[in-house]
Ligand binder design. Sequence first.
Ligand code: F0G
Length: 352
Amino acid sequence: MSYQGLIHHYRKYLPPIKDENIVTLLECNTPLIHSEDLSQRTGLKVYLKYEGLNPTGSFKDRGMTMAISMAKEKQAKVVMCASTGNTSASAAAYAAKSGTMKCVVIIPEGNIALGKLAQAMIHQAKVIQIRGNFDDALNIVKEVTDNHPVELVNSLNPYRIEGQKTAAFEVCDVLGDAPVFHAIPVGNAGNITAYWKGYNEYKAAGQSQSLPKMLGFQAAGAAPIVHGHVIDKPETLATAIRIGNPASWKQAETARDDSGGLIDLVTDDEIIEAYKILAAHTGVFCEPASAASVAGMLKLNQQGFFKDSQGATIVCTLTGHGLKDPNNAIKVIDQPVTVDSTMDAVLKEIGL
Ligand code: F0G
């Protein structure tokens, strides 16, 4: 039978749900792409889990098919989230697909990549921008959903984590086991929590033999876990991870400590460098926040972190598609030249 989406595929590892309540856009089953270029740079065997190829262009669809399906099972009429963009895009699309639910999203004004804003709007969510940041937005959403008949679909909703843990299953299914290292961007810290849960559950089920070291990366201006305190005014051009007080902070620390991994920071310059390297030398276009995983791997490599692990397998999660954020792509690269519409002018420009 053809692929029927995440819930059907991994049903026995997920909370029970009735068929008629499953809301799916045939998400997940995303490619694990081997990067020759990054393998050469690091001496590792580097794979990219390209989550940008989900229906709404980010890993959020994994959690959202579960959260929206469970909301439908509970006969919720309204779902709500705070978002740096991708969660809102995904919630809006899955609420639209449900045919029964309205979606309300709260976003920080001026700090959402253009593509994500377009998605929430075209799927006809009620989009409310606040004069504040993601952390402020999440506080408001928690209070509203605690006190009104509105379903929270941020990653505080345990079904989001259940859905997202399946990314670890897919990695193990392709590689035949867990990788030695798993590098991942960290914002609100739901995803690192979910991967660690997934790797552990798959091993317990006898589907894999080992566990990876989890390597999480925050943006330097938004690195509360690295610094050990809340950041009141987080700043980074990787707006998806512009978060100062992650909801799953403790769980992220558990993933780090229990796996023998680390959570480190990468500067915006390092993020952009990795973003460009990925696009130019592996042919994969991700959004800036996603490139934090690769930036972190390259930073650790320069510090000699992998010197005793040559040839080891590492998976870097690329959380969202590059087309989400066209403005940053155009900003960091040379502009195209414009010439007269003659063959001579074109040949001259090519140097032929
Ligand atoms: N990468 C991208 C592209 C994201 O959109 C996010 C989170 C992350 C990484 C970090 O994942 O929060 O699980 O640690 N975006 C959320 C949102 C906050 O609202 O779309 P995390």
